[in-house]
Design a binder for this molecule. Structure first.
Ligand code: XMP
Length: 513
């Protein structure tokens, strides 16, 4: 495997994804919390950083001890750091070194640059530049304005690049990473979805033995794939619980439950609609709604878990809580406001009720989202589950602005069903990252026949995104919007107006609450 040491760059996770696309396993660790460098480690990459190596508080690393043991690739800050601490000089750049540039000198004899075309486009993003390199460094690539675009430390397997190979604007970035990871580090490209499944199942078997595991499923990709993996390892000893909080999409509870049964999962549905509606009655503040739903969910899960336990033969106890946590939720992030490592909390459904002293098993906690989908595919999970849009844990509760009533839920479910069905039928569903319908807390005047009406408004939202952190609204065709609007207004009693949300994130968020 490859170890990526993170200095807080926004691109670090992208480096990891690119390396994994080469079917080589890699891990991200903060520079100030080093992992064990066991025999499996074949090479180390030092990431970029929002810091400048010239700053006093710049992150420090003992790269020499790494350099003597592993091939080392410094990217941007990583490259500048190695250069500066080997006797070179890094200065503030006098010209802008942001955006596209083309290499105009490439040393093809260098192992790092094999098969990189002479005028290859690269992506620069730095305020500092390497002005002087030590005598044992050689420049292996330059652009018009950046002489030291890439260097090699003679007699070693240490390389530095001042551009970003991980972003797609660096057109041959993947080739460069392949040269490093496969040719220089000697990694075998054997980390595939099938290989992951095989290893994960046998590791889980060993870890869990005959133990029983309980797990809450949400109908989403992560919890489903985690459950199928656990099911392959321990079969009926996995007890799944699916709580209907009454805030799912139309007919979703029944459909998802049916697919789970079809997959052979040992699943128990809990219809808790009325209890959730009751607890939410009269509440309109979004964070308050979220808290109520979170707490009610834990109550329901706990009751269901006790029921599972009570049905087991005497002496057999549920020991584990399964969770669909994925890698981005557990990567320790380097804080930019002070170089300390913090652990992100994840917002997975449920969490651990503290009175249930269960150990946690998270079979997907080394995978990125797109890898979870690939693993799901390798496990034979149905495409309609794998291709699902993300759906927030509190569900329609945060898409009904203000107070929630069962009637509003019903109206929203009907409208949303028409919207999503039309997206599917028109082929737009898979081109959208997330879509949903929002029930607005206003009424407006309309006419139907000779009657004046005073009814509700829904907003349609469809966004494109990579990870939900930023998002763009999708330019759905007018004809499609017209069809959806007509269908909703004609078929959903209580709605006389449909609007389309044309805001991007930031500054708007994806959800309205
Ligand atoms: P925002 O609205 O913050 O949403 O742009 C970003 C992503 O997060 C989802 N989201 C939630 N997911 N519990 C969840 O599990 C929540 O309370 C929650 N709020 C927002 C949202 O659907 C989008 O995918």
């Amino acid at each position: 495997k490859i170890i990526i040491l993170d200095f807080g760059s926004q691109y670090t996770q992208l480096i990891a994804r690119r390396v994994r696309e080469l079917n080589v396993y890699c891990e991200i660790h903060p520079y100030n919390h080093l992992p064990e460098f066991d025999t499996g480690v074949k090479g180390v990459i030092l990431s970029g950083s929002p810091y400048s190596v010239r700053q006093e508080e710049a992150p420090q690393i003992d790269f020499r001890s790494l350099q003597s043991r592993f091939p080392l690739l410094g990217v941007c800050y990583g490259a500048q750091y190695i250069a500066q601490h080997s006797g070179g000089e890094v200065v503030a750049s006098t010209i802008r070194e942001y955006g596209r540039a083309n290499l105009h000198y490439v040393n093809h004899a260098s192992a790092l640059l094999a098969d990189i075309p002479a005028a290859s486009q690269v992506w620069m993003s730095h305020g500092d530049t390497i002005a002087v390199i030590p005598s044992d460094f050689e420049v292996i690539a330059s652009t018009e304005s950046v002489k030291v675009a890439a260097y090699h430390v003679k007699g070693t397997q240490t390389y530095g690049i001042q551009f970003h190979p991980e972003v797609t604007h660096s057109t041959d970035g993947t080739t460069l990473l392949k040269n490093f990871v496969i040719d220089i580090c000697g990694c075998t490209p054997s980390w595939t979805a099938d290989a992951f499944v095989e290893t994960a199942v046998s590791t889980l078997k060993e870890k869990l033995g005959n133990d029983h595991v309980i797990m809450a499923l949400s109908g989403g990709v992560d919890s489903t794939v985690a459950a199928v993996l656990l099911h392959q390892a321990i079969g009926k000893n996995l007890h799944c619980i699916f709580v209907d909080h009454g805030l799912l999409r139309k007919d979703e509870y029944e459909q998802v439950l049916e697919s789970y049964r079809h997959m052979g999962l040992n699943i128990k549905g809990v219809n808790a609609k009325e209890r959730f509606y009751q607890k939410l009655s009269g509440v309109s503040e979004p964070e308050h709604k979220r808290k109520i739903i979170g707490a009610a969910f834990i109550d329901e899960f706990d009751t269901a878990a006790h029921a599972v336990q009570s049905e087991l033969p005497a002496g057999i106890e549920v020991k584990w809580l399964g969770q669909g946590t994925i890698y981005p939720d557990v990567i320790e992030s380097v804080s930019v406001n002070g170089p300390s490592a913090t652990i992100k909390s994840h917002h997975n459904v449920g969490g651990l009720p503290d009175f249930m002293k269960l150990k946690v098993v998270e079979p997907l906690n080394t995978l990125f989202k797109d890898e979870v989908r690939k693993v799901g595919k390798a496990l034979g999970v149905a495409p309609n589950i794998l291709g699902r849009h993300p759906f927030p844990g509190p569900g329609l509760a945060i898409r009904i602005l203000g107070e929630i009533t069962p009637e509003k839920v019903r109206i929203l479910q009907e409208a949303d069903d028409i919207y999503i069905r039309n997206l599917r039928e028109s082929g737009w569903y898979d081109r959208v990252w997330q879509a949903g319908t929002i029930f607005l807390p206003v009424q407006s005047v309309g006419v139907m026949g000779d009657e004046r009406t005073y009814e509700h408004v829904v907003a349609l939202r469809a966004v494109g995104s990579l990870d939900g952190m930023t998002a763009d609204w999708i330019h759905l065709p007018y004809e499609l919007l017209a069809k959806i609007s007509n269908e909703i207004i004609n078929h959903v009693k209580g709605i006389n107006r449909v609007v389309y949300d044309i805001s991007s994130k930031p500054p708007a968020t994806i959800e309205w609450e």
